[in-house]
Design a protein around this ligand. Structure first.
Ligand code: ARG
Length: 718
């Protein structure tokens, strides 16, 4: 589509420039050679908000190739000179050889034959001597072309601002490039040059935004010579691969290059606008490098000095707050979406943007008819809170691993018309891959997929996240290293505060895990691991799917984590291995949970002597214990000490005699035995129903049907 537009645009460009430009104060003056007409404004229609550029719109944009591919952008400032970013050419503090680089000019789509484009070799690359790293500024470079570019409608230089040039804050300017369209999401074929409208931000505003605490303890000092452009709310930005490219602002019918794309934190994130090299600051340096080259770059005088001093007295710092994840009260989820597919029960999912709903793919997959879902989307409807009518569905995109991997049981449904976001419907926040939900985070469950609702008030059940170590050792990849905070976890484990309600059955209910940070809810996990008639105890993390979701939706609300704990680093790293349960094939330990007395009583039909502890082995650990002698039951306190809690009842792997009641006798006999005050045995709330849940009564003799209530570790010494 882009290509057949080429002809009319080229003709337009060749037509005489409207007279209005001629009498403006900026027609090439004596100081600039006649033939170097820079930054000419070519009327064209543009799509707002990060979209394909029209061919010929940005004739100074060049693509810098290295090793056969596009690496960075640049701008043509004179027939033999290209302006770009220093960091594009530096590896480990040294400048890469100019001969390895080539410059593509007049290119629009980088796919297939580059019609009308031409290439130039690079004779030299110059970088300011004081450049060291992007965060310290001076991120600019000049490339001297081996031979001059051939100027034409699609290849023209941009105007450079003088040091005295003042760009007014709030001005809408444009950034262009072939960089990623989202974090870690490359521009798709046919690699058409992208443009995005960005607003210039004042230094104080930018500094204020970057001073907002963020997940990586980042502090960025905006230095002189840097310029920010973007929006506090993010969502429009440059990204990896755009570096070196221009940020241009139109003044009096000419385009001036205000900035060079330099860096940012992530791309399009809230309160993290793009940082550019302020070109005006480097007028003298640029002039010095290009001295003697004819024609050189054009530095037209500023058409009209801004009325007000752009260095506004004090810019108010309006930081953007998350737009997602706000709920009036727990359980009233404004993102709750019900997908209605004719002939089947409603499927619960979550609204993740104006146009997209995330739901389990298993709702739409037919196990019988291979894996092709029914595509008669016309009859599908989506119910969202506070919407007068059901939404219609335009598209269903399944995760590629959806049909064989529970952790990827996801599908995205695109609504035919985007909904207006308000208090409701409002999307849930999604975590970035590096999100670290702190142990102890407050979480709740929300309906997910097509299961029957649990009998209990499941959505109001409060849970706290367990530490990653326990969760990993119990449900994660045994043997694999425990993920460090910041690495995507293999599982998320909620620990419930209330006891299991008699009669409530979680069987066949499907849930997602919502976790709260600073009053904002994140969809943290999906689908409990297959369990019996029990509370969901481990969830697949959603964060690993963040890139897929943003790739498909191009606008889902991925949000930085809002609470973090810089804490002492060591704490988490000390316990990076699961309890050793095998040594030369001999089992030495297994992770177990101690069951509540009521469940223990129900399971063993009241045959146990008082003070007996029942345990449940973690999944996959039941067969590890070959007991030759009575193993001790050890529990770790929150301070890390191990406490002897029980001794195995002979002949059983699940029953232990509690040590606690024997304290007096042990103290008398052993004298120096060390007892921890009241933490030696677990405490359970007493009272409540004495009835056994029917499933447990049925499951008598099979304690594996019972849910984990507390996670403890048993070390079996062989
Ligand atoms: N440094 C990146 C590059 O080499 C440009 C990053 C711009 N990032 C941003 N969030 N504005 O392409």
């Amino acid at each position: 589509m882009a290509r057949h537009l080429l002809l009319p645009v080229v003709m337009l460009v060749l037509s005489p420039i409207p007279g209005a430009f001629q009498d403006s104060a900026l027609s090439p003056t004596q100081e600039e050679p006649e033939d170097l007409d820079c930054g000419r404004f070519e009327p064209s229609t543009r799509i707002v908000g990060g979209s394909d550029a029209q061919p010929g719109t940005w004739p100074w944009q060049v693509s810098l190739h290295h090793g056969g591919g596009h690496i960075c952008g640049g701008s043509l400032i004179a027939p033999s000179w290209v302006l770009s970013a220093a960091h594009c050419f530096m590896t480990n503090g040294t400048l890469e050889p100019a001969a390895e680089w080539s410059v593509l000019l007049g290119v629009h789509s980088q796919d297939g034959p580059l019609d009308g484009a031409h290439t130039r070799a690079v004779a030299a690359i110059v970088v300011p001597v004081n450049y060291s790293q992007v965060e310290l500024g001076a991120d600019l470079a000049l490339l001297h072309l081996a031979s001059p570019a051939s100027l034409g409608p699609a290849v023209r230089p941009v105007c450079l601002p003088r040091a005295s040039h003042r760009f007014v804050h709030g001005t809408a300017c444009w950034a262009t490039g072939w960089g990623d369209v989202q974090e870690a999401d490359p521009l798709p074929l046919p690699w058409v040059l992208q443009e995005v409208e960005l607003r210039l931000l004042g230094e104080a505003t930018c500094q204020c935004l970057y001073s907002q605490p963020g997940p990586f303890n980042l502090t960025l000092q905006i230095l002189p010579g840097m310029l920010c452009a973007g929006y506090p709310e993010g969502r429009r930005d440059t990204c990896q691969g755009d570096s070196g490219g221009p940020l241009v602002c139109e003044e009096g019918g000419r385009w001036f290059q205000a900035g060079i794309t330099s860096f940012g934190f992530g791309c399009g994130r809230r309160n993290r606008p793009g940082v550019f090299t302020a070109v005006a600051t480097y007028e003298a340096w640029i002039r010095e490098q290009v001295m003697g080259s004819e024609p050189g770059p054009a530095f037209p005088t500023q058409p009209q000095k801004p009325q007000s001093d752009p260095q506004e007295p004090r810019e108010n710092c309006t930081i953007a707050l998350p737009e997602c994840g706000k709920a009036p009260r727990p359980g009233a989820w404004p993102w709750e979406a019900q997908v209605m597919v004719p002939g089947s029960r409603p499927c619960h999912g979550a609204l993740v943007s104006e146009s997209w709903v995330l739901a389990p793919a298993s709702c739409f997959l037919h196990p019988s008819s291979s894996d092709s879902p029914p595509r008669d989307l016309d009859a599908w409807r989506v119910l969202l809170p506070s919407r007068p009518r059901a939404e219609r569905v335009a598209r269903l995109v399944q995760h590629e691993n959806a049909s064989w991997e529970d952790a990827s049981d996801l599908a995205l449904l695109q609504l035919r018309t985007p909904v207006n976001l308000s208090a409701a419907p409002r999307p849930v926040c999604l975590p970035h891959p590096e999100h670290y939900f702190l142990p102890g985070s407050r979480c709740r469950l929300a309906r997910w997929g097509r299961g029957e609702p649990a009998l209990g008030p499941g959505a109001l059940l409060e849970a706290e996240l367990l530490g990653g170590w326990w969760c990993h050792c119990l449900y994660g990849r045994q043997g694999a290293a425990v993920p460090l905070p910041g690495d995507p976890p293999h599982a998320l484990c909620p620990a419930y505060q209330e006891e299991e309600e008699a009669g409530s059955c979680w069987n066949d209910s499907r849930w997602s895990l919502l976790c709260q940070e600073e009053g904002t809810w994140f969809l943290a996990g999906i689908r409990d691991f297959p369990s019996d008639c029990l509370r969901p105890r481990a969830f697949f993390p959603v964060q690993t799917h963040g890139p897929w979701i943003s790739h498909v939706t191009r606008g889902a609300y991925l949000e930085d984590q809002l609470t973090w704990d810089w804490g002492p680093d060591g704490e988490e790293t000390e316990t990076q291995t699961c309890p050793p349960y095998t040594q030369h094939g001999v089992p030495v330990a297994a992770a177990v949970s101690i069951l509540t007395p009521r469940i223990c009583h129900c399971l063993y039909q009241g045959i146990l002597p008082p003070g007996t502890l029942c345990v449940l082995y973690a999944e996959g650990q039941e067969n590890r214990c070959e007991m030759t002698s009575a193993p001790p039951l050890l529990c770790q306190t929150t301070e890390g000490s191990w406490v002897l809690v029980g001794m195995a009842v002979q002949g059983s792997r699940e029953l232990f005699a509690a040590i606690g009641p024997e304290e007096a006798w042990i103290s008398q006999t052993v004298g120096e035995a060390h007892f921890l005050p009241s933490s030696g045995s677990p405490h359970w709330p007493t009272g409540g129903s004495n009835l056994c849940p029917p499933e447990l009564a049925k499951a008598s003799g099979s304690p594996r049907a019972v849910h984990f209530l507390l996670l403890l570790t048993l070390l079996i010494q062989s």
